[in-house]
Design a protein around this ligand. Structure first.
Ligand code: HSE
Length: 317
């Protein structure tokens, strides 16, 4: 029996933690919550339109050419030779702007994934990578797949080369949990990238490479102690920590509460800890939230396993 063409698709596109301390621009993982919801539907009127955006405090433009999800979809449709197909999209933002949770990546991935599904999946998930990276690049002006990779493919992804989009899934240790805490301030990725050092000392590069290799080995071997010894960032964190009030106090609280490691999620201000087991992850989330609350800054914690699925369909008809 041939499948009926779809009229409408609703997808969930998860938040992601990029860099994972030692993997600046080359490592990221997806979490269970929060995540954007994107709805696409066929329309009799030719061409692609964004008809509604919610949860963005009026910040995001409806013009697809100026919107990360729109840029990804327009690029995809052009490449498929389907720019004239009538498609409407709604973007329901469930995570804050400038949060370090991969918000623009989630919209770009959700949009392209949903439209590809609506069109009968002419492309595989992996083949959507160039379009979603282009969508995210429209937001921060940089070409990196450490948010879109895990959002699209799920789990933990290593980007061997951003230029070639050589992206690989890394095994997820069974009892690995993440605590991700979002302090309610805004850090623009563009600004956080501008304060990165242009050069690093060879000794720093050697240590960072050792840690990245150690983390990947630890993940492959479910060696939690090795993961803990490796989750250190000697390149971005020393510069970006000043964008996050009480960063080192929060880090100390997380490590004292049993975290394997703690650092900045993507460009910040969200921070994350990797933990062995749910109980530790919840204790760490509580300890870090208390540090921010004392500033006082409102903080929201998300505790989850690594999300193996990535973007997925919620409903379709
Ligand atoms: N790797 C990127 C950065 C992630 O840290 O700038 C931001 O989305």
């Amino acid at each position: 029996m041939s499948k009926m063409p779809l009229k409408e698709v609703r997808v969930f596109s998860p938040a992601t933690v990029a860099n994972v301390a030692c993997g600046f621009d080359v490592l990221g993982f997806a979490i269970e919550q929060p995540g954007d919801e994107i709805v696409v539907r066929k329309s009799d009127k030719p061409g692609f339109r964004i008809t509604k955006i919610t949860g963005d405090d009026g910040r995001l433009p409806l013009d697809p050419k100026l919107n990360t999800a729109g840029v990804a979809v327009l690029d995809l449709l052009r490449n498929l030779g389907k720019s004239d197909v009538g498609i409407e999209m709604e973007v329901h933002k469930k995570m804050p702007f400038g949060s370090g949770l991969g918000s623009s990546a989630a919209s770009a991935v959700g949009g392209a994934f949903a439209v590809n599904r609506l069109l009968g999946e002419p492309l595989s998930r992996r083949q959507l990578l160039p379009f979603v990276v282009a969508g995210e690049a429209a937001a921060d002006g940089a070409w990196h797949a450490d948010n879109v990779g895990p959002c699209l493919l799920g789990g933990i992804t290593l980007i061997r080369s951003n230029a070639e989009l050589d992206v690989h899934n890394i095994p997820i240790p069974e009892n690995l949990w993440a605590s991700v805490i979002h302090p309610d301030i805004v850090v623009l990725t563009k600004v956080a990238r501008e304060i990165m050092p242009r050069h690093v000392q060879i000794e720093t590069s050697i240590q960072q490479s050792g840690n990245l290799g150690g983390l990947i080995c630890g993940l492959f071997q479910s060696d939690y102690a090795l993961i803990g010894r490796s989750v250190h960032d000697l390149i971005a964190e020393p510069h970006r920590q000043r964008l996050i009030p009480e960063f080192y106090r929060a880090k100390k609280a997380a490590l004292n509460a049993g975290a394997l490691g703690f650092s900045i999620s993507g460009a910040g201000p969200s921070v994350f800890a990797l933990c062995e087991g749910e109980k530790v992850a919840r204790t760490v989330a509580q300890a870090v939230t208390e540090v921010f609350s004392a500033v006082p800054i409102k903080a929201t914690a998300y505790v989850s396993r690594i999300n193996p699925k990535g973007v997925h369909v919620l409903s379709e008809s």
